[in-house]
Structure formats: C-alpha cells, structure tokens
Design a protein around this ligand. Sequence first.
Ligand SMILES: [Zn+2]
Length: 207
Amino acid sequence: MILAKDALDELRDGNRRFAAGEVGATSVASRAHQVGMSGGQNPFAIVLACSDSRVPVELVFDQGFGDLFVIRVAGNVVAPSQIGSIEFAASQFGTKLVVVLGHSNCGAVIATLKELSLEQTHRSPNLRAIVDRVRPAIEPVLQAHTNSDEATLTGAAVRANILASVERLSHGSLILEQLVNEGELLIVGAEYSIETGKVEFFDENKS
Ligand SMILES: [Zn+2]
C-alpha cells in the first residue's frame, strides 16, 4: 500500500488535472468497468465526503474504479457507521490516508446555522441526527462571527465542521487512534470549492 504522503500527492495531482480540465484518455480508461476487479480492491485513499450532488468524489480527484474507498453522508459527519466503514477499509486494505472532504456552501452546515439562529427547526429525528453532529463545531464559530457577513460565517463554519470530523475520527475509535499513533494512518481535512473545482488540503502540520 502506498504511503499517506504519496496518496495525498496523487489526490493533489488528480484534482489539479480536474480543475485544469486536463483529464485525458488514460483517466477515462481507468473509469471503465473492469471484469477482472472481482478479485478484490486496493483503494489508496479513504474519503469521507458530503452527499452533495456537486461533489462527485472520484471525478474531482480524477480517479477511477477501485482507487478510492468513499463514504458519503450529508455534512460529512462522523457517526458510528462512518467510523465502522473507515475501520473496515483501514484494517482490511491497509489504506494509509483518510481525507474528510467538505465543500463550500454545504447545505448541512447552512441548515445547522439556521437551526442555531432559530430560523428553522428540524422535526425529523433522522435529519436532527445530522444537524446535532454539525452543531458542536459551529456554535463557537457563530459566537466568534457576530459581525461577519453570511459568506464569511458560512465559510468559517464549513471549515470548522471539517476539522471537527477529523478530530472525531482521530479520537472516536480505538482502532483508528492506534493506527494514527503507530504512523500507519493519516487523517486530514480538505475543502472542495464548488466555485473553482479546487481542493484545499488542511495538512500543513501533518505531512
Ligand atoms: Zn454538503
């Protein structure tokens, strides 16, 4: 399995190709269904992303079938089933990189901001399960940005929500925590810009 650092470079390069519109024949070929894949998978990165229809994970990283183990849930929140999926991939395939991929103008984050300012209440307990997981990251942002405009507030809230998911994954599971401590797993946050198609990684202190 490739090192976390090399996996990050691969994702960075893929996103650069995607954002620049340089996706070529090789990329398209790797996205073709291959019968021979039934033998097993060997994904080089695990990505926890938002379900937003504007963030198709394999496409924004210019990757093909079998490359990424992707978990998508509104607001890229961390609940037991997400942790379990990541534990499975990390221990089963030895994948060394987990990316929490949030994005600009995230609907789940915006819904939580509205909920906190009492503009909206979600009566569905299922929807509430998502909002309640976004809320703790966003409350301090709301308090720190009382005079900010909506775009600044939303941007800061999106980033805080990504970092909160990174934190929760890093400490919410004994298996993952152990892998991280042994240097066998790197968990980083990243934000996809719907406006530019570019992904910014928050890995300054980690790689
Ligand atoms: Zn979203």
